[in-house]
Design a protein around this ligand. Structure first.
Ligand SMILES: C[S@@+](CC[C@H](N)C(=O)[O-])C[C@H]1O[C@@H](n2cnc3c(N)ncnc32)[C@H](O)[C@@H]1O
Length: 205
C-alpha cells in the first residue's frame, strides 16, 4: 500500500523544511511498518514508545496492532508533523520533543517500564554521541525482554555509518536480530530487533 497524497505532501514538505532531520526519500511503506509493529505485544496493555513518527505510517501500524489497548507515546521533533500525527491518531500521546532526551520525556509522564520501542528515526543523520544517548535511554526504559526495533536500508548496509550504527546496537544490546528484507519499501529495508540491554544501570537498581 502506498501513502495517500496528503501524507506524501506533508512528508515532502517536512523533508524540504528539515532535510537534516527527516532523512528519507519517502514515508515507510505499510508492509515495513507492519514488520516493525509486529514486536508490539499482541495481548495485555502494553506501553509502546515510537521515535520519529513523521507522517505516521508506523503509528498507524502500531495503532492497528494495539486495537485500543495500552498506551502509545510518539516523540516527534517537527511540530507540524507532530500535529499531523495527533490529528490522525487521537489516541496516541504525541510529544513534540527530541528523542535525545527520551529519559526526561518518559519521567515527565511517569513511564517507568516500556513494553516495546519502535523507531523511525533517521540514524544516519544523528551524531554517534546522540545515537548512543538515545539508545541508552531506550535500553534503560525497556522492561526485561522487551524489544527495540528500527529500520536499516538495504543499499546502505555496507556503508561506514550503517556499520558503525549496527556495531553500536551490538554494544548496547545482547541480542540484535536482522529480519528478512522488505522489498515493498522505497528503498528496500530490513529491520533490527534488539533485546536484553547489556547495561540497565539506573533501571534495576
Ligand atoms: C525518516 S523520517 C521517518 C518518518 C516515519 N517514521 C516513517 O517511517 O515514514 C524521520 C522522522 O524522525 C523525526 N526526527 C528526527 N530526529 C528526531 C529526534 N531527534 N527526535 C524525534 N524525532 C526526530 C523527523 O522529524 C522525521 O519525522
Amino acid at each position: 500500500m502506498s501513502p495517500g497524497p496528503r501524507h506524501l505532501q506533508t512528508f515532502l514538505a517536512a523533508a524540504a523544511r528539515n532535510p537534516q532531520t527527516v532523512g528519507a526519500v519517502a514515508p515507510t511503506s505499510a508492509r515495513l511498518a507492519e514488520r516493525l509493529a509486529g514486536v508490539v505485544p499482541a495481548v495485555g496493555e502494553p506501553v509502546v514508545v515510537e521515535l520519529g513518527p513523521g507522517t505516521g505510517p508506523i503509528t498507524a501500524a502500531v495503532q492497528r496492532r494495539l486495537a485500543g489497548r495500552g498506551r502509545h507515546l510518539a516523540v516527534e521533533l517537527d511540530p507540524i508533523l507532530a500535529q499531523h500525527v495527533a490529528r490522525e491518531h487521537p489516541s496516541v500521546e504525541v510529544v513534540v520533543g527530541d528523542a535525545a532526551v527520551l529519559g526526561d520525556l518518559l519521567a515527565e509522564r511517569d513511564i517507568v517500564d516500556v513494553d516495546a520501542t519502535v523507531s523511525g528515526l533517521p540514524w544516519s543523520l544523528i551524531r554517534p554521541a546522540t545515537q548512543r544517548a538515545i539508545l541508552d535511554a531506550v535500553a534503560r526504559a525497556l522492561r526485561p525482554g522487551a524489544p527495540f526495533t528500527t529500520i536499516a536500508y538495504l543499499h546502505a548496509l555496507p556503508m561506514g555509518g550503517a556499520r558503525r550504527y549496527r556495531a553500536l546496537l551490538d554494544e548496547v544490546f545482547d541480542e540484535v536480530l536482522t529480519t528478512r528484507t522488505v522489498w515493498r519499501n522505497l528503498p528496500p529495508a530490513v529491520t533490527y530487533v534488539c533485546r536484553r540491554p547489556r547495561s540497565r544501570a539506573g533501571h534495576d537498581g
